[in-house]
Design a protein around this ligand. Structure first.
Ligand code: SPV
Ligand code: MN
Length: 644
């Protein structure tokens, strides 16, 4: 009960809410929205509230605030800004990302890996987060954003409210997602929205200070996600990785898919455009694949997929890119290069800034600047870290944010409410010694199980502290799984069953090493694998049937290499790249089976399909040994398989 004095005292919400801002909320006619915002205003005690309607003016206001607060600084090129995250805040924090679990429930993901989001008791988590949020926004401004996941006016659309005290986070949301204010207005009380509450916490030099108290807590019951004491985009931008958790659960309940996938149009013969989606763990070439020269991009990170008229249709959840900048150069990535070096709205994070507002990053064209400033402070070539190791000008996970509409290669279907028809799904990981550069699965089930559900990757810098370790990462989606893995796999199988025409499933591996420890492929070779998959999707060319899938015929690749890269692709290169590495494959299957044995409720079909593959491999080994050249296996005509 309130005492008399408190009753006279208006609530903070009423006190600090300007009529102009309240008016923007009132128009929405949604008491749940007001209740939600009010709750966190009372708890976090901001000094000011700004409500964005997504108008040009409101979007510009957020940018101005980010610069005025110092979270972003202007660079010399018009529209470019730079932001720094704390040295300890350079990637997604798996350790402090937890599901708030109701009593007696578990996702069972702990059996698979210690690296996945953990589980804590819901009440404990809420208590902890509430105490961290208490008064955390004193003296700061709270930004309220109405956004949408997916294209507007579509069955893909999910309305969301993001509240944050970081203008940098709000700026990113505005670039990366479609504005949702109109959608909220249209839906009124019927809006079934996801909620994101973020505070960067106390700042020093505009950077989160208490990263030791960084927490990302996921409350599935309320579709609400809390993030505190961090600024790194993957931990804070609600509609990005935070929203994937409730979206995966919604998708599974309703029979569609939420995937960690790009979408791209691959341009085939005679003006044909064929859409592919691709799932890759972080830092494995996902964005660069989707940005491949000559193709068009629909999305680079997160995809929703639904069945329509018996086919699979996919839409980009986002409209922008929060992409890795390392290695972007004018030769390999001409379109991105132009976007990142010409006037236009771009937010850079954790790269090097020079005194005159220039930039540098690992792999950028041009000479290293003599000095500059990055996330770790002053930098000069040769600067060593505390361990005496030479440091690079930018962090490996340094990123850029931009709206894809500014790209020359944006696909015209980006905002199509229907999505695009998917003809192929690609799974890729960082794999130095097992899988061939490109391979097609025999069918949907074989692809889902041996490629998607068996995906592994050597870990990278997008996740804190784990470089080099081989990690199991089914569908490259393990970090975001919010349902039990067997349920997730079964949803894929079920999705395939309702399709009359199933997309083909492929794997790619850009990271295969030769005996000398050098990469067997160049960056541009990716373009060749895409064209090969495009032809296969239409049954234009044949393939070679190996125990693990269908691989290219040398003569087809030779021609595509000539056309796409101008390179003379030799038979020797082909043999090196496409030799079946039986020993490594069997070791991989054994690893995967051992993992699924630990997962309660794994569907039997998973073991059956893996066992069959192992048997085929064992037979091949008996006949040909541990390493088998492609010419030992039969050629099959387009659309055919070997009769067994
Ligand atoms: C990834 O790491 O998969 C990303 C960047 O796309 S993050 O926002 O950190 O998830
Ligand atoms: Mn991603």
């Amino acid at each position: 009960m309130r005492n008399k004095n408190q009753a006279l005292e208006p609530d903070r919400f009423e006190k600090i809410m300007k009529p102009s801002e309240f008016g923007k909320l009132a128009t929405l006619d949604n008491p749940d929205v007001i209740r939600f915002i009010k709750k966190y205003v009372e708890l976090c005690e901001p000094g000011d509230i700004f409500v964005s309607t997504g108008s040009k003016k409101d979007i510009q206001y957020v940018i101005d605030c980010a610069i005025a607060d110092g979270e972003e600084r202007k660079l010399s090129i018009r529209g470019h800004t730079i932001h720094f995250d704390s040295v300890q805040d350079q990637g997604r924090d798996r350790k402090n990302t937890n599901f708030l679990m109701p009593e007696g429930q578990s996702l069972g993901l702990g059996a698979i890996s210690e690296e996945v989001a953990g589980e804590i008791k819901r009440n404990d988590g809420l208590n902890e987060i509430n105490s961290l949020f208490k008064g955390i926004m004193r003296g700061k401004r709270l930004y309220v954003l109405f956004m949408c996941l997916g294209p507007l006016g579509s069955d893909f659309t999910i309305p969301c409210v993001q509240i944050t005290d970081s203008a940098y986070v709000a700026h990113n949301e505005n670039l990366l997602y479609r504005q949702g204010y109109e959608e909220f207005r249209k839906l009124g009380r019927a809006a079934k929205f996801m909620k994101f509450v973020h505070s960067a916490g106390e700042l020093t030099n505009a950077v989160s200070k208490n990263v030791d108290k960084r927490r990302i807590y996921i409350d599935m019951a309320e579709e609400t996600i809390y993030s505190v004491n961090t600024q790194y985009g993957g931990n804070t931008i609600g509609l990005k990785k935070l929203a994937m958790r409730p979206a995966i659960a919604r998708a599974s309940r309703e029979g569609w898919l939420t995937e960690h996938m790009f979408i791209m149009g691959v341009h085939g013969p005679h003006g044909r455009v064929t859409y592919f989606t691709g799932a890759f763990p972080s830092l494995c070439g996902k964005t660069s694949t989707s940005m491949m020269n000559g193709e068009t991009i629909v999305g680079d990170d997160i995809t929703y997929m639904r069945e329509r008229g018996g086919a699979a249709f996919a839409a980009n959840v986002e409209q922008g890119i929060f992409g890795i900048i390392q290695g972007v150069n004018s030769k390999d990535d001409p379109i991105l290069w132009r976007a990142l070096t010409e006037a236009g709205e771009v937010v850079f994070s954790n790269i090097l800034m020079t005194e005159d507002g220039g930039t540098h990053w690992i792999g950028k064209d041009g000479p290293l600047p003599a000095k500059g400033v990055n996330h770790a402070g002053e930098w000069r070539p040769g600067k060593k870290d505390a361990q005496g190791k030479e440091t690079s000008p930018s962090h490996k996970n340094a990123r850029f944010t931009l709206d894809m509409h500014m790209l020359e290669n944006v696909d015209r279907a980006l905002d199509d409410p229907k999505g695009v028809r998917v003809e192929g799904i690609i799974y890729g990981g960082r794999d130095s010694n097992t899988c061939v550069p490109v391979e097609e699965a025999f069918d949907w089930t074989h692809g889902v199980i041996t490629k998607g559900a068996s995906l592994e990757s050597e870990a990278t810098a997008a996740v804190l502290g784990k470089e080099g370790v081989r990690e199991f990462n089914p569908m490259a989606n393990l970090d975001f799984l919010s349902i039990q893995l067997p349920t997730y796999i079964e949803n894929h199988m079920r999705f395939g069953r309702v399709l009359k025409t199933q997309p083909k499933i492929f794997s790619v591996n850009y990271f295969l090493l030769g005996p000398d420890g050098k990469f067997l492929n160049e960056k541009v070779d990716k373009a060749v694998w895409l064209k090969w998959m495009e032809m296969r999707a239409h049954d234009d060319i044949g393939a070679i049937e190996t125990p693990t899938g269908l691989i290219p015929i040398y003569s087809d690749l030779k021609e595509i290499f000539k056309q796409v890269t101008g390179k003379d692709y030799t038979e020797e290169q082909y043999a090196q790249q496409f030799t079946l590495r039986v020993k490594e494959h069997i070791a991989k299957i054994d690893r995967i089976i051992a993992i699924y044995r630990k997962v309660q409720g794994t569907p039997k079909i998973v073991f059956d399909v893996l066992d069959e593959q192992k048997n085929r491999l064992t037979e091949a080994r008996d006949d040909f040994g541990d390493y088998v050249a492609p010419d030992k296996f039969p050629v099959v005509a387009p659309g055919k398989r070997v009769e067994r």
